[in-house]
Design a protein around this ligand. Structure first.
Ligand SMILES: C[S@@+](CC[C@H](N)C(=O)[O-])C[C@H]1O[C@@H](n2cnc3c(N)ncnc32)[C@H](O)[C@@H]1O
Length: 259
């Protein structure tokens, strides 16, 4: 007997849980933990005017590269928030091995276990938006970010734009010390989602596959969502080098605040 379609959909694990199980994400993007992260944090300290005693939430922190870099620089009120126990575990183990303090919170960014006005700054970095099925649900994430910010608190977001450099990425392979990862990337113009099928082949002979499906918003669409969530836009750039946002920008870096 065939199960009703509604039951199957309800039982299916969302990709944004399955894709971040294990440490395949670290194999794909671990190389960003270094000069790239230091550059990002230089930008954030400068453009969000971060102060040493600020309460900062790094939402969707994954292996917490920005949380750790901020903490190392004395922003000890920084907490990395993520839903993946495996990535948080990796972050905790790596920080402990380096003798670094690290604050992490296992939580869903759609419903944070934090009081209204808890934070001075919220980060949502490196394409950590557009995961949900509908624009209304994505908007809910921004509303939650606004809720946990104090009035005057600041937000930084960095997201791919639907630029041909992104939508036409095709197939890419990344090699790390432990694995070779191949991603087949396609763009669905009807849903405006960037879909990736990822195969991770570990050096020990095991493999894993996963997929992701991220809704890409144009800068105009994203700023509209930020306004709808109650933010005031401060600055917009095409990257962490503070390059101007243009029609040719494949990245949209925006700062905003809760009025
Ligand atoms: C693109 S990665 C984050 C990259 C990270 N900000 C960086 O710059 O390295 C997206 C992360 O979002 C997390 N995530 C997805 N949905 C979430 C949710 N509803 N609540 C909390 N974390 C979530 C995933 O576990 C994953 O670690």
């Amino acid at each position: 007997m065939t199960e009703p379609a509604t039951t199957r959909a309800a039982d299916r694990e969302p990709w944004w849980i399955a894709n971040y199980r294990g440490t395949g994400y670290v194999e794909r993007y671990g190389s960003h933990d270094g000069a790239t992260t230091r550059r990002d944090v230089d930008f954030l300290i400068d453009h969000l005017a971060l102060r040493g005693d600020d309460t900062i939430l790094d939402l969707c922190c994954a292996f917490a590269r920005h949380t750790r870099e901020l903490t190392r620089r004395g922003y000890t009120g920084t907490t990395g928030v993520d839903l993946s126990p495996d990535l948080l575990g990796h972050a905790a183990t790596t920080a402990a091995a380096a003798g670094e303090p690290l604050s992490l919170l296992h939580a869903d960014i759609r419903d944070l276990p934090l009081d209204d006005g808890h934070a001075d700054a919220v980060l949502l970095l490196f394409n950590s938006f557009g995961f949900l099925d509908t624009t209304d649900e994505d908007l809910g994430v921004l509303r939650e970010a606004r809720r946990v910010l104090r009035p005057g608190g600041r937000l930084a977001m960095d997201h791919f734009t639907p630029h041909p450099n992104t939508t036409g990425m095709g197939t890419r392979t990344v090699r790390s010390a432990n694995a070779e990862t191949t991603q087949h990337i396609t763009w669905d113009p009807a849903t405006r989602r960037l879909n990736r099928h990822t195969i991770t082949a570990y050096r020990d002979g095991t493999t894993s596959t996963s997929h992701s499906s991220v809704r890409l918003y144009t800068p105009a669409e994203l700023t509209e969502l930020l306004h709808a969530a109650g933010f005031v836009i401060d600055e917009q750039f095409g990257g962490y080098d503070a390059s101007p946002l243009t029609a040719d920008s494949s990245r949209h870096l925006v700062t905003a605040h809760r009025p």
